[in-house]
Design a protein around this ligand. Sequence first.
Ligand code: SF4
Length: 125
Amino acid sequence: MSDAEVVRREGFPFVFSCKRSGNCCAIPGGFVRVTPADVAGIAAHLGMSEAAVRSRFVQPDGVTLKDGLGGRCVFLAEGRLAACSIYPVRPAKCREWPFWPEVLVDARLRELVERTCPGVVSNAQ
Ligand code: SF4
């Protein structure tokens, strides 16, 4: 997605335009869920076996990524603008941000999303 693209989803109370803050990849206490398909895609992208990706980047629970420095996502790269180092194959949960169904039923999560992400703008504004 380009920085300028504004994304809308039916039923969501906000629009989204990524500002590349990296905030969504570094939420304190946050975690990134991965599916088997996500792991397979990451492995192909990195030229690693799925077992090696799981060993190096996936928590023992098998369904969340390990943390990198300071609790940030292990794939969040340094730079002037935050960048996902596996952007073309980032997990489905990351591709769907911030349009998670849970946001519609969890007021605290919605507040967290709106406070954390400078690219989220309420429809009410
Ligand atoms: S995988 Fe990429 S997009 Fe997803 S949280 Fe990590 S750095 Fe961000």
